[in-house]
Design a protein around this ligand. Structure first.
Ligand code: FES
Length: 85
């Protein structure tokens, strides 16, 4: 299977999470905080902290540690949290 991260094609294994894919390619941050523009990526790894938010197929605020990749996914970085809380 293949996905794209910021337009770059990446080969992935079925069952990998978005975070697992990105970490396996040496990518440690894929979001920046709203106020201070600080880098964020995987923190808790279990879906609790929401630090790993990423945009997948145009949908913001997807938890990268919980989302299993699908063939053709378009994964993009994001700034802060986009959806209203
Ligand atoms: S790393 Fe904490 S919710 Fe994903």
């Amino acid at each position: 299977m293949r996905v794209r991260f910021e337009g770059e094609e990446i080969e992935v294994e079925a069952g990998q999470t978005v975070a697992g894919v990105l970490l396996s390619k040496g990518i440690r941050s894929w979001r920046t905080t709203r106020g201070a523009d600080r880098p964020r990526g995987l923190f808790c790894g279990i879906g609790v902290c929401f630090d790993c938010l990423v945009r997948v197929n145009g949908v913001p605020d997807v938890r990268a540690c919980q989302r299993v990749v699908a063939d053709g996914d378009d994964i993009r970085t994001q700034t802060g949290v986009e959806l209203p809380s």
